[in-house]
Design a protein around this ligand. Structure first.
Ligand code: HEC
Ligand code: HEC
Length: 459
């Protein structure tokens, strides 16, 4: 495995030298800048797993992908390449990525040659909005299981059988249960088990949060139980392969990655803002919302609080789905040695910072609410809707702030002709996907809601 990373490590070792030379001529770089620059390199190019697919498989999948139905494309001509991106919910990379979409990257063979493809953090943590891709924007269109299966089938291999629901439709993903399953295959010394452990957790699918949110939080993850300093926690997805020694030797790279993530800034709202209306919205926000979500701009503050389930009232499955047994197991491994998961935090959800919130629809930890307007008016939230097919301006709703979705009526089908549309159904009756709770906007008048929305565009 050490060979696997050799090329990357060499570049990592050289990077500081390059920056040191550059800084000679320009402004001197602070040491923390080096961490961030190395972290960005890891985010965009780091490769820690052996190949899952052959190098040409994405090209083959693109060439053989079924065209999308006309109603999805609004009869616009869309290239074969873009159709494949839309079908699987992938986005062009905003950095040089060997002509691959964000989330796919070259992997290394065991003898150190660059060969084959592998997925990476940006499959879930890279997205696009209004025609621009961003590292760190949660991917709101990904159909992960369909994508993984299609890649594997394109090599004439049968897709693996999963023992849990990775995602029931596009846009949400069960990263939490994936981690639990990976931990169930390791003993506390990280040796592989002979029989999977019963860790008794049942986590639901979730919306992927924006990476730039962690800058103001002292913890990571929506339940506020994991230290924001835990570079080990973000290495969980390498459990299929790495040994404890390898984890330890790659940890410095993940410290740098965390420093980079912590330094990310949200994109600015790209459309006009009515400043007078936004100022009125700010006053309402500071009276009604700031005690949980903090203040913004100069002298900003952030309370960094987990709100009890009984107060927030949103779907409890994510908070209740983690068993003490899984936490104890995690804490007994290398992962929990420096920063243990804190079981004493009351069950609830962290009120996230709302920086760049215009770009992160759908809302709530499970993505059950398509716009901020729906969030602020709980009685009008759709129970079932067809998710936005693309992330272009044509599907962005600047009035209600979020995605334009097609609300489904009870008599509307549960299945459409093209599986793309069936997999676009968000159904709030599924486990963990309830759209209840967070009723703090219900008492606002319509005019006040639109003022708050205008203010949120400025964050
Ligand atoms: C399969 C999709 C997926 C992949 C791959 C993935 N993540 Fe995540 N990530 C998520 C989801 C979903 C959450 C929200 C979890 C929660 O809050 O319970 C999350 C949360 C996080 C957070 C905390 C965000 C916050 O607001 O608290 C960090 C940091 C993070 N991931 C880093 C990474 C890194 C680094 C990688 C690659 C090594 C990675 N993730 C790979 C889906 C993914
Ligand atoms: C009592 C604390 C509290 C108050 C008051 C509150 N919120 Fe929240 N808010 C939360 C919590 C906790 C969450 C996360 C809940 C979840 O994901 O299940 C949240 C989530 C959100 C989100 C979704 C963020 C995302 O990216 O998914 C938005 C937007 C939001 N709140 C806006 C507001 C506005 C606007 C107000 C004032 C009208 C407000 N909140 C009042 C606690 C609060």
């Amino acid at each position: 495995m050490r060979r696997l990373l050799r090329a990357n490590l060499i570049i990592l070792l050289i990077l500081p030298v390059i920056f040191a030379i550059q800084s000679y001529a320009a402004e001197p770089l602070k040491p923390d800048n080096l961490e961030i620059q190395r972290g960005q390199f890891i985010a965009e190019h780091g490769s820690f797993l052996s190949p899952a697919w052959k190098g040409e498989t994405w090209e083959r999948l693109k060439a053989t992908s079924k065209p999308l139905p006309d109603e999805v494309l609004n009869s616009k001509p869309v290239s074969q390449n873009d159709q494949a991106l839309i079908r699987y919910g992938l986005h062009p990379a905003p950095f040089s990525n060997n002509n691959l979409p964000m989330g796919l990257r070259p992997a290394w063979t065991r003898d150190g040659r660059m060969k084959g493809l592998q997925i990476d953090c940006l499959l879930c943590h890279g997205g696009s909005i209004a025609g621009k891709s961003y590292v760190g924007l949660g991917n709101s269109t990904l159909d992960m299981v369909t994508f993984l299966n299609a890649m594997t089938r394109a090599e004439n291999r049968p897709p693996p059988i999963l023992t849990f629901n990775l995602n029931s439709s596009r846009g949400t993903v069960n990263a939490g249960q994936l981690s639990i399953v990976l931990f169930s295959l390791r003993n506390t010394d990280l040796s592989f088990v002979t029989v999977p452990l019963k860790l008794e957790s049942n986590l639901p699918e979730q919306d992927v949060p924006a990476w730039w949110n962690i800058a103001r939080k002292s913890t990571i993850y929506i339940d506020g139980r994991t230290s924001g300093e835990s570079s080990r926690s973000i290495m969980q997805f390498y459990l299929p392969e790495l040994t404890e020694d390898q984890f330890a030797s790659y940890e410095p790279a993940f410290k740098d990655l965390l420093a980079y993530i912590r330094d990310l800034k949200p994109p600015k709202y790209p459309f006009p803002i009515d400043r007078a209306k936004a100022d009125e919205g700010q006053q309402i926000f500071e009276k009604t919302c700031s005690k949980c979500h903090g203040t913004y701009g100069e002298n900003s503050s952030y309370p960094d609080q987990v709100i009890d389930l009984s107060v927030i009232g949103t779907d409890p499955a994510r908070a209740k789905g983690v068993s003490d047994k899984s936490i104890d197991h995690y804490n007994a491994t290398w992962f929990g040695k420096v920063h243990a998961v804190d079981k004493t935090v009351p069950l609830g959800y962290q009120a996230p910072p709302l920086d760049g919130v215009w770009a992160t629809a759908p809302y709530l930890h499970n993505g059950s609410v398509p716009t901020v307007y729906d969030l602020l008016n709980s009685s009008g939230r759709p129970a079932r809707f067809l998710r936005h097919a693309t992330t272009g301006v044509e599907n962005f709703d600047p009035l209600h702030l979020g995605w334009k979705v097609r609300r489904l009526k009870p008599e509307d089908p549960v299945k459409f002709k093209d599986s793309f549309q069936t997999r676009s159904i968000f159904d709030n009756s599924r486990y963990g996907l309830g759209n209840q709770g967070h009723t703090f906007g219900d008492r606002l008048t319509e005019a006040q809601r639109f003022q708050v929305i205008e203010y949120l565009k400025t964050l």
